[in-house]
Write a protein that binds this ligand. Structure first.
Ligand code: ZN
Length: 541
């Protein structure tokens, strides 16, 4: 059997030659939703738990979700497939399919819209849209004895990290953890769900605010009714939606992952196993309160402690494991706090570049012909679709006119590309930070799923034009605050190093595959294996 050169720190410290360590028997792939490289850098010196431990390994502080559509579904799909969204087909969280067999033409990335009763906001969860093989699928096709488990705070994260052959797939579903329609509930999951039902019924006290987060307390008004910048209050009884911003969500996700790891005895047999975990609370905190307040600070500290308990459990199990941690995309703080803090050009889009204004300008105000993926949204950011009933010369003229109109709104819009223009582009040759806007957009374009036009807002331009009670900040832009994510690899005993040069999240899959000797044809992927050996050896083939 092939062994890998991993340098054991104890041996190195004693001055002896490097020792060979056997292949890990368990790969743990963790995504922290919206954990930007900016958040990692801000908090990395303050972590004392799991996120301190992981920094003892290979630290790539400049990881890139290289594509323009920096959303949860495309981002999660890059991590364990090794391909960009243009190849995975997961170009956004939602897209428009005029051929969908139902009146609603908006399609959710992790649904099967042909399944009875499936709707974008109430999906029959499925892996059918994912057009690339995940690491778990490759492992199981190579050796069917490998076990693959995916647990997440969101269905789309579990689907895109696990893929088609996942043995157990679980996600938070507004009060409990759910799975695919044809699956049974193990007793261990049922027990956690019963406990969660009690928690939701009774509510929770306000989470503690760590001392180091106290200086961040400074209320900022976002709307007349909503301000951010204050510690979280108690969770009222029977408000499962409120759990999403609570540290208990990540704790419960990790509890399910831990129980299933034990149930399936992951890592205890001769074939390697995979545990994929996505932790969603960071994303919900970012959307609801922004990234720079005491809410996010408390979330970072809680995440660090939850991961610490999780890693300690893995250590106690005696399994030989490797952990990879990254994020599906980055994030950006609320415009109002940024404006109050030396970033006066941090703005929100206005209706002047909205869908209604565009359709009116094209003389289709009463019977709008352009739409975005969300039928309730007026914001044009990302894919813009022209109704397919308009054909031929008229279609070409409308697309050209709309493009000209949007390009003219250059106080808010940075670039407008046609889908066909992006599909014709070649793969970039420079590292991801040097990609042009067109190259970023081309990495998340798809012939059958993308809009006729792809619209990119200017940097620091929030697509949430008029925030309500809910989301006040978001991601999804082609700018580096949304593209840059940490990528950490750690194995107990490994000699750590930091690599400041950029790598991509599509590099993660081939890097992990190499650790377990799993062959991956390079033509099938966009990423490259990255060497995790600090010394003269290499963990890549
Ligand atoms: Zn996300």
């Amino acid at each position: 059997m092939k062994t890998l050169l991993f340098f054991i720190s104890a041996v190195a410290l004693s001055g002896a030659a490097a020792a060979e360590t056997p292949q890990p028997k368990l790969i743990v792939a963790i995504s922290v939703d919206q954990f930007s490289a900016d958040l990692f850098n801000e908090y990395r010196a303050r972590f004392t738990g799991g996120l301190k431990t992981l920094q003892q390994g290979a630290v790539f502080a400049n990881g890139f979700q290289s594509h323009a559509a920096t959303e949860t579904c495309p981002g999660h799909a890059t991590i364990l497939t090794g391909v960009h969204p243009t190849r995975s087909g997961i170009i956004a969280n939602y897209w428009v399919d005029y051929n969908a067999p139902r009146p609603e033409k908006q399609v959710y990335c992790a649904e099967d819209e042909t399944a009875k009763g499936s709707l974008p906001d109430k999906p029959v969860v499925s892996t059918v849209h994912l057009k690339a093989k995940t690491l778990g699928e490759r492992m199981k096709r190579f050796n069917p004895a490998s076990r693959v488990i995916a647990v997440a705070g969101k269905d789309r994260a579990a689907v895109m990290m696990g893929g088609e052959l996942t043995d157990e797939m679980w996600w938070w579903d507004n009060g409990k953890f759910s799975t695919l329609t044809d699956r049974k509930t193990p007793a261990s999951v049922q027990k956690i769900n019963d406990e969660l039902a009690e928690t939701v019924a009774s509510g929770l006290p306000a989470p503690p605010l760590p001392n180091l987060c106290r200086p961040f307390v400074a209320p900022v008004s976002v709307t007349a009714k909503k301000s951010v910048g204050t510690p979280l209050g108690p969770l009222p009884p029977k408000t499962p939606k409120g759990m999403r911003v609570r540290p208990e969500l990540d704790q419960a996700t990790l509890a399910i992952a831990t129980r299933l790891t034990d149930d399936y005895q992951l890592g205890h047999r001769s074939t390697p196993d995979l545990l994929a975990v996505s932790l969603s609370a960071t994303d919900y905190v970012g959307h609801n309160f922004g990234t720079a307040g005491p809410e996010m600070c408390a979330q970072m500290m809680a995440l660090d402690q939850a991961l610490d308990a999780f890693l300690k459990h893995l250590d106690a199990s005696g399994v030989s494991y490797v952990v990879m941690l990254t994020a599906d995309h980055g994030g950006h703080d609320v415009a109002e706090r940024n404006r109050a803090r030396a970033i006066p050009d941090d703005l929100r889009v206005t209706a002047a570049v909205g869908l209604k204004a565009l359709n009116e300008a094209m003389d289709y105000g009463k019977n709008p012909v352009f739409r975005v993926d969300d039928p309730k949204s007026d914001t044009i950011a990302g894919d813009l679709y022209l109704n397919p009933s308009i054909k031929g010369k008229k279609r070409r003229k409308l697309i050209a006119d709309a493009r000209r109109w949007l390009t003219g709104k250059n106080d808010m819009i940075a670039a407008v590309f046609t889908r066909d223009q992006l599909l014709a582009m070649r793969a970039p040759t420079l590292p991801p930070e040097a990609w042009s806007l067109a190259e970023r957009a081309a990495a998340s374009v798809h012939a059958a799923r993308s809009g006729d036009l792809i619209v990119l807002l200017k940097p620091r331009m929030s697509p949430i034009g008029a925030p309500g009670e809910g989301y006040v900040a978001t991601h999804g832009s082609p700018w580096d605050y949304d593209r840059r994510v940490p990528i950490l690899f750690w194995r107990p005993g490994m000699i750590g190093f930091e690599q400041p040069n950029s790598i991509e999240t599509v590099d993660i899959m081939p890097t992990l595959a190499a650790l377990i000797g799993l062959p991956v044809p390079t033509v099938e992927i966009d990423g490259k294996c990255r060497d995790l050996d600090a010394g003269p050896g290499s963990t890549c083939p």
